[in-house]
Write a protein that binds this ligand. Structure first.
Ligand SMILES: [Zn+2]
Length: 259
């Protein structure tokens, strides 16, 4: 009994002591909470409406779509995307410039192409441009020839067309129709296959083409984006600024334009 009373008494003292010590803590927490809420809650309610003269703004200042300031301009002539999912616009036209071997390119990429070829030759190499601008008819002829070759190897027509499309773009979807793409090979190896990547010309072009505004358009490992197999000979003109960025980022044109 004595012990019980002591316990109760002792407990009572504890309670009283705790009550005394809790009061300042509670006050402090309340102050902290009020302070925090003052910053966390929106402030608009406390500001008179007339400080936001939205209606008085001229129309030209109304916000438009927000784009990163350094986003590439996909509608620019040098960045026009042509791939299996983006056919060449029907109205596309350009002024052609004839190369010394009779092939043609868009004259806007000619000075840089010439400079790149000169620099490659100055390095002691022998680059050969074996394909440049192609008309729709020429692309159709190449596609048909590839399809027939596959059918001769036992492919059904449907399978042959599907397989051919990965190697020879469907008419209307070839960059060669843009006038901004060139196939460049080494004089010593003019086969359009992966052995090109081992030639001195390709090694030089892969290292330096971006300096002249060209990119290796169908790099290894990017077929899922480009829809075209690895082609270590096909270069596309995108202009020097874009080529430098694409080279630095290690991306293909599709990735660059969707960043
Ligand atoms: Zn090509």
């Amino acid at each position: 009994m004595y012990q019980r009373c002591i316990a109760v008494h002792s407990g009572g003292r504890h309670v009283r002591r705790r009550r005394r010590s809790r009061l300042p803590l509670f006050t402090f927490l309340l102050a902290v909470f009020s302070f925090a809420m003052a910053f966390a809650l929106p402030q608009e309610d406390g500001i008179p409406a007339q400080t936001f003269p939205v209606k008085s703004l001229p129309e030209a200042q109304e916000p438009g779509p927000v784009l990163p300031s350094d986003a590439p301009d996909a509608s620019a002539w040098n960045l026009l995307l042509v791939n299996p999912w983006n056919p060449l616009p029907r109205e596309h036209s350009f002024t052609a410039k004839k190369l010394s071997n009779g092939l043609e390119v868009d004259e806007r990429c000619y000075p840089d192409l010439q400079e790149m070829m000169d620099a490659c030759r100055a390095a002691g190499l022998s680059p050969v441009i074996c394909s440049a601008y192609r008309s729709y008819e020429k692309q159709e002829e190449l596609f048909q020839r590839k399809t027939e070759k596959l059918m001769a190897r036992g492919y059904s027509e449907e399978d042959a067309r599907e397989e051919a499309a990965a190697e020879v773009a469907l008419p209307g979807t070839s960059e060669h129709q843009l006038g901004l793409a060139v196939d460049i090979v080494d004089l010593d190896n003019q086969n359009l296959d992966e052995t090109q990547e081992d030639t001195a010309v390709q090694k030089w072009l892969m290292e330096h083409s971006w300096e002249y505004g060209f990119i290796l358009r169908y790099p290894s490992g990017k077929s899922g984006f480009t829809g075209i197999i690895y082609e270590p000979w096909h270069y596309r003109y995108v202009g020097r600024d874009a080529a430098a960025e694409i080279h630095e980022q290690g991306v293909c044109l599709e990735e660059y334009l969707t960043v």
